[in-house]
Design a protein around this ligand. Structure first.
Ligand code: ADP
Ligand code: MG
Length: 616
């Protein structure tokens, strides 16, 4: 018989498994941190170098391993955490698949030092590409130190796909923060080389969040608490006014394990509905505890996707507990609770302790507060408070051309559509004065027809091109601030920000990183004082996180944001001279038709259209 199937050797199987388990350095970090927690450590320290490519070291004071276990742990399916088949339906540890160390050992050079309390000395094991290189006794404190060196040294294809160090560092920080948030009772340290990024003292969750994200968070947190026999909900939401454009702090933990769940996120979003603008995302640190038998963690190797047996019920409990939290803190409008259906569900009997929340609300709270700046209006003269800027050389050149747009149309410039009956009195003066309509549009006449210009977008285009030209020629004007402003960032965002500093300065900001997590802003691009800088920087950081290739793109994000903030608002009254200048400036830009992000600036009512309308 000629059989074709054979069983893969473990070393090969491990390397294949490694593709799933250790997709990047951060994934190895997560596994090592979780092993330390499973070992009962209360002090865990992570040191990494070069985005984890050259070194990831995790040191713990946990229970350690025996001499034999120190070798066995690198074998496939080697685990101390489950024994019987049914155990996987009742997981109380982080790990259980027994494949992390085997996978890591297959694709890296690993050194393990470990000692159990009861042993007089530790043992030191070296493994390279699944091969045991050496094992000897060593002296050390009880606990385990595991170092992964040269990750993917024997998998060039994967090494090639790693992003730059900066990106991998960012992922490592994210992983670390998730684990540290899930375990506020443990002491954690994280160092990038010699640089201490986090040093977290044991405490409660609030303390951990504040230590990690900054003192300002203390006032932003609203506790969420609900205890039912299906699930216990705990943790915090951020007050609605701290919702962000970008999905910043959004954390779910199920049985103290960070999980991703678009489904549960929807429950939180819906609880915030009506309290924050649609495009903003609420912040939350929510802990869900269910019986280990009611959650399946084994649906994905990374264990961040889980399945709850009562997913729909959990959805509703979560939704109502978030609403209740918002209500309790007088920040929810009362009507929000009228359509709360969470309590109509069949399980409500069992949840008798879950009472309809009594609601107080703050009648003055307006989630859209910042949006509703009253339109400025003034007297005569410069009514808008808006001052046209000097034209640049390029604009001046363009300006010569745009004048032709105003020329009186001749017969020829009308598409008569073959309708010979139509004649036009030649002597009409077409340059009628421009006027403003609804304090939003400027109506004017051009060769092409009657043109309606959106004043905000028109000015945005103008400002954008000026900022762009200044940045390109390194001549951005800076306006010094009377009081320097300080912006606080998470360590991960701070890393991004530091990288973006050259772009930020190029745009005319006088800014610099300060301490370990802040940026101090001493000067801003001239004319940009009404801009929400915190938001601009947030968006830039986010753009950088999701699109790492092109620095120019961040400048672009920034330029558009700044321009939007600096541009004349709708609702501002303008006098004739101002309108004329704005139009002249607009038609001196490279593209008066659309904004930098492609939205129309003007609409034209052509004579052809009118003829059609009037059936001429
Ligand atoms: P799993 O965590 O799924 O059991 P791993 O490959 O991550 O599988 O680890 C294999 C085994 O090695 C664990 O079950 C545990 O017994 C042991 N181990 C790993 N890391 C440590 C550590 N830091 N301290 C003590 N024991 C550890
Ligand atoms: Mg493990």
């Amino acid at each position: 018989m000629n059989n074709e199937i054979h069983i893969l050797p473990d070393a090969v199987a491990n390397r294949i498994a490694a593709g799933e388990v250790v997709s990047r350095p951060a994934a190895a970090v997560k596994e090592l941190l979780e092993n330390a927690i499973d070992a009962g450590a209360d002090h865990i320290r992570l040191v990494f170098k070069d985005g984890g490519k050259s070194l990831i070291m995790v040191q713990d004071n946990g229970k350690g391993m025996s001499e034999t276990d120190a070798r066995l742990c690198f074998e496939r399916h080697a685990t101390s955490k489950i024994k019987a088949p049914d155990d996987i339906f009742c997981i109380t540890t982080k790990g259980f698949r027994g494949e992390a160390l085997a996978s890591i050992a297959a694709i890296a050079k690993v050194e393990l030092k470990t000692r159990r309390k009861e042993e007089p000395a530790g043992t030191f094991v070296r493994i390279e590409g699944s091969e045991l290189v050496s094992q000897e006794a060593c002296s050390m404190n009880p606990g385990t130190v595991i170092s992964i060196k040269s990750l993917f040294y024997n998998v060039p294809a994967r090494r090639k796909f790693l992003k730059n160090d900066y990106t991998e560092t960012k992922h490592i920080i994210d992983e670390f923060e998730r684990v540290a948030l899930a375990h506020p009772g443990l002491r954690f340290e994280m160092l990038n080389g010699d640089n201490v990024i986090h040093k977290l003292e044991p405490g409660n969750l609030r303390k951990r969040i504040v230590e990690m994200y900054g003192a300002a968070y203390n006032d932003r947190l609203v506790p969420v608490e609900e205890s039912t026999n299906v699930v216990t909900v705990g943790g915090f939401i951020l007050k609605p006014e701290f919702a962000r454009k970008t999905a910043g702090e959004q954390f779910f933990f199920a049985n103290n394990r960070f999980i991703r769940s678009p489904f549960l996120k929807h429950a939180v979003d819906s609880a915030f509905e009506g309290m924050i603008q649609k495009d903003l995302k609420p912040g939350f640190f929510i802990f869900l505890d269910v019986a280990p038998t009611e959650i399946d963690i084994n649906i994905h190797p990374s264990k961040t996707e889980v399945k709850f047996s009562d997913e729909r019920i959990i959805y509703h409990i979560l939704q109502s507990s978030v609403k209740k939290a918002l209500g309790k803190f007088n920040i929810a409008p009362a009507m929000d609770f009228d359509r709360d259906t969470a309590f109509d569900l069949p399980y409500s009997k069992e949840l008798s302790e879950l009472k309809q929340p009594s609601i107080g609300f703050n009648p003055d709270y307006n989630p859209f507060h910042q949006e509703e700046k009253p339109a400025k209006s003034g007297g005569t003269g410069n009514v808008s408070g808006w001052k046209p800027q000097e034209r640049t050389e390029r604009e001046q050149h363009n300006a010569e051309n745009w004048k032709s747009l105003y020329e009186t149309p001749s017969f020829d410039s009308f598409e008569t559509g073959g309708d010979q009956a139509f004649t036009f009195p030649a002597a009409v003066d077409f340059k009628a004065p421009s006027f403003q309509w609804l304090q939003t549009y400027i109506v004017t006449t051009l060769k092409s027809g009657l043109v309606v210009v959106d004043q905000h977008r028109a000015h945005l285009r103008i400002v954008y091109e000026r900022l762009q030209a200044a940045a390109e020629s390194q001549q951005s004007a800076t306006q010094q601030e009377m009081f320097p402003r300080v912006f606080e960032y998470t360590p991960a965002d701070f890393e991004v920000l530091k990288e973006l500093m050259p772009v930020i300065r190029e745009l005319g900001f006088d800014a610099e990183p300060f301490g370990t997590s802040s940026m101090v802003l001493r000067g801003i691009p001239a004319g940009s004082q009404d801009t929400d800088f915190a938001q601009v920087f947030d968006e830039m950081i986010e753009a950088r996180k999701f699109n790492r290739e092109d620095m120019l793109q961040f400048r672009e994000v920034m330029l558009r944001k700044l321009a939007a903030g600096m541009a004349l608002k709708r609702g501002v009254r303008m006098n004739t001279a101002e309108m004329e200048t704005l139009l002249a400036d607009l038609f001196s830009t490279s593209n008066p038709n659309v904004t930098p992000d492609g939205k129309p600036i003007l609409a034209t009512l052509t004579s052809a259209f009118l003829k059609e309308k009037f059936k001429l």
